[in-house]
Design a protein around this ligand. Structure first.
Ligand SMILES: Nc1ncnc2c1ncn2[C@@H]1O[C@H](COP(=O)(O)OP(=O)(O)OP(=O)(O)O)[C@@H](O)[C@H]1O
Length: 241
């Protein structure tokens, strides 16, 4: 398979000295390019820690994370900056700039990449907002948007740069059933059309059926790895060799 992320023997610790506590234990995972992988598990099982380790948002302490062909354990700051440019992040706390309109917030997702001229960038931002059903909210400030609308602006900001990998932590939590499903269907379509890989942490049972793969963590360990469309882990491993 075409691997976007390969995790091997990943451990992670929080705290120092006597307070040092292991949160992640020997996680091994290969994430296939263009697929939607969901991370599940009880609160405190380590989902966000694994997501942020894979997304270069936390330093890899032990084990290996190979992201888009680059090893993160021991990577230089320049390598990490280069890699982060190829990633999109959608988090629960959407961190929109309150003084910027929806369009301007989405443009932030492009300007850090320094791409294209203004007109093209604005058209891309408007297109992405329209895909998320916000065509009549382009010039609204976050303060005048609902929680679900703000979340969709954050999603547009993450996707507008056409990232190779999208890391999403509870992206549908603030959305009603239909808009939650629409967002996940969009991420799936991006996988099929552009090869975008999505890794998503969710408790939202309503979207599980859309996943290509569901990985379950418990107490920092990977305990289940399922392919809902009947493809078994064994088969995938067999085609790798
Ligand atoms: N910054 C931190 N300092 C100390 N311990 C932490 C820190 N972040 C996470 N932990 C601990 O690591 C473990 C895994 O936390 P993590 O946030 O990854 O779990 P989670 O599965 O994402 O939980 P939730 O579903 O509640 O978001 C927990 O025991 C948590 O208390």
């Amino acid at each position: 398979m075409d691997v976007a992320i390969a995790v091997n023997g990943l451990d992670h610790y929080f705290g120092t000295g006597e307070a040092r506590k292991q949160a992640i234990f020997d996680v091994n995972l290969r994430v296939e390019r263009g697929k939607l992988t969901i991370l599940m598990g009880p609160s405190g099982s380590g989902k966000t820690t694994v997501l942020t380790l894979m997304g270069c948002l936390r330093e890899v302490q032990e084990g290996s994370v190979n992201l888009l062909g680059t090893e993160l354990n021991g990577a230089t700051e320049a390598q990490l900056i280069g890699l982060r440019r190829r990633l999109g992040f959608i988090f629960q706390a959407h961190n929109l700039h309150e003084s910027l309109t929806a369009t301007q917030n989405v443009l932030m997702g492009l300007q850090v990449h320094g791409r294209g001229d203004d007109r093209k960038q604005i058209a891309a931002a408007h297109h992405m907002l329209a895909l998320l059903g916000l065509e009549d909210r382009l010039n609204y400030l976050p303060g005048s948007l609902s929680g679900g609308q703000k979340q969709r602006v954050a999603i547009a900001r993450a996707l507008v740069s056409n990232p190779d990998i999208v890391f999403a932590d509870e992206p549908t939590a603030a959305l009603d059933k239909d808009s939650g499903r629409t967002v996940v269907e969009m991420l799936k379509a991006l996988g099929q059309e552009r090869g975008t890989t999505t890794v998503m942490v969710t408790h939202d049972n309503r979207i599980l059926e859309l996943a290509d793969r569901i990985v379950t963590l418990e107490e920092g360990r990977l305990v289940k790895d399922e392919f809902p469309r009947g493809q078994s882990l064994k088969l995938v491993r067999a085609t790798e060799t």
